[in-house]
Design a protein around this ligand. Structure first.
Ligand SMILES: [Zn+2]
Length: 296
C-alpha cells in the first residue's frame, strides 16, 4: 500500500489537496476552495483517479473563500460527508453554507476510520486562525500547513517525524515590500497573523527536516503578485536543500503530479510510471466515481 497526494489548486483564488492513505479508493480533501467540478476535473487531469474514487471527508483549514467554495454546499446536501473543522470555526462553517449535519468539530487528536490518526494544530492567521493537520496513515505521515503567519513550537512538535510536508511559501519579502499593495495589506500579510514568507517557510522546513524523515516537500499558496516558483524553490534550497530529497512547487490552478509514498516501499517517486498505478486509471472511472456514495 501507499499514500497518494495531489495538490489540485493552491493560491488565493482556490486551494484543495486530495489525499488517499491507502489503495482502497477512498480519499479526503484538505480544503475545498475550488468547486466539486474542478476537483473532479483536476483529478482527471492529474491522471490520479485510481486512488481517488470516493470522497470520504473534507478537512477545512479555515473558512476563507479560497479554502471553502460555496458550490460545495449543494453537493454536500445531496451527498453528505463529514466536514471537519476546529471548534472555533464551526459557526463560520455553518454560516458559510456547510450543511449543519456535515459539520464535525475536531479535537486535538482523533481517528479517521480504522487506520488514520489525525492531529490538529491551531495556527495564527487573521482573527479566527487557521488549522494545520497531521495525518498518520498506515504507510505515511503527512503534514499540511497553510495560511499561517508564523511557525510556533507546537506546530514543529506536532509535525516532527512526518514523511511528506505540504507547507505555505506565500511571498518573497523584497517583492512584498516593493509591491504596489497598500501598506496595511503588506503589514497584514507579513505580520504574525498573516502568511509565511519564503524564508520563514524554508526555516521551518529546515527545522523539521533535521530529523531526516521528510522525503518530499510541496510548497503551497504562492502569491502570484509577490512571489515566483523559482524564488520559493531557491529559498528552500539554500536553507534545507541538502536535507530534503524532493521538492515541488504547487501551481496556482493546475494539479501537481500525484505523489505516491510508502515508508516501506522503494517506489516513492510519482514520476516513475511503473510505480504509479494512478496512471492506469481511466477518466471515465472518476466521472462516475465521484458522484457521491457517502463516506464515513
Ligand atoms: Zn488562503
Amino acid at each position: 500500500m501507499a499514500a497518494t497526494l495531489c495538490i489540485l489548486a493552491s493560491s488565493s483564488k482556490g486551494n484543495a489537496t486530495a489525499i488517499a492513505f491507502d489503495d482502497t479508493g477512498r480519499f479526503i480533501l484538505v480544503d475545498a476552495g475550488i468547486s466539486p467540478r474542478r476537483v473532479r476535473e483536476g483529478l482527471v487531469r492529474a491522471s490520479a483517479i485510481s486512488p481517488f474514487q470516493r470522497l470520504r471527508a473534507i478537512f477545512l483549514t479555515h473558512l476563507d473563500t479560497d479554502h471553502w467554495a460555496a458550490s460545495w454546499a449543494a453537493h454536500l446536501r445531496r451527498h453528505p460527508i463529514p466536514v471537519i473543522v476546529r471548534g472555533e470555526h464551526a459557526d463560520d462553517a455553518v454560516a458559510a453554507g456547510v450543511p449543519v449535519g456535515c459539520v464535525r468539530v475536531a479535537g486535538d487528536e482523533f481517528r479517521l476510520g480504522d487506520s488514520v490518526i489525525v492531529r490538529t494544530v491551531a495556527v495564527p492567521h487573521d482573527d479566527e486562525g487557521s488549522t494545520a493537520y497531521r495525518f498518520d496513515g498506515p504507510d505515511a505521515s503527512i503534514g499540511h500547513a497553510t495560511d499561517l503567519g508564523c511557525v510556533e513550537a507546537d506546530l514543529v512538535d506536532t509535525f516532527t517525524g512526518i514523511d511528506l510536508l505540504n507547507i505555505e511559501s506565500n511571498y518573497d519579502e523584497a517583492m512584498q515590500r516593493h509591491s504596489s499593495r497598500p501598506e496595511f495589506l503588506k503589514q497584514r500579510i507579513m505580520g504574525h497573523q498573516g502568511h509565511l514568507s519564503n524564508d520563514q517557510c524554508a526555516h521551518a522546513v529546515e527545522t523539521l527536516a533535521r530529523g531526516g524523515s521528510i522525503a518530499h516537500v510541496t510548497l503551497l499558496h504562492l502569491s502570484q503578485e509577490c512571489n515566483t516558483p523559482q524564488l520559493a524553490h531557491d529559498a528552500l534550497a539554500r536553507r534545507a536543500g541538502s536535507l530534503v530529497p524532493s521538492v515541488a512547487v504547487a501551481p496556482p490552478s493546475t494539479p501537481t503530479a500525484p505523489i505516491r509514498f510508502s515508508r516501506n516501499d522503494s517506489c516513492n517517486d510519482s514520476r516513475k510510471d511503473s510505480c504509479n498505478d494512478a496512471h492506469d486509471a481511466h477518466d471515465a472511472a472518476l466521472l462516475t466515481a465521484f458522484s457521491g456514495k457517502n463516506g464515513e
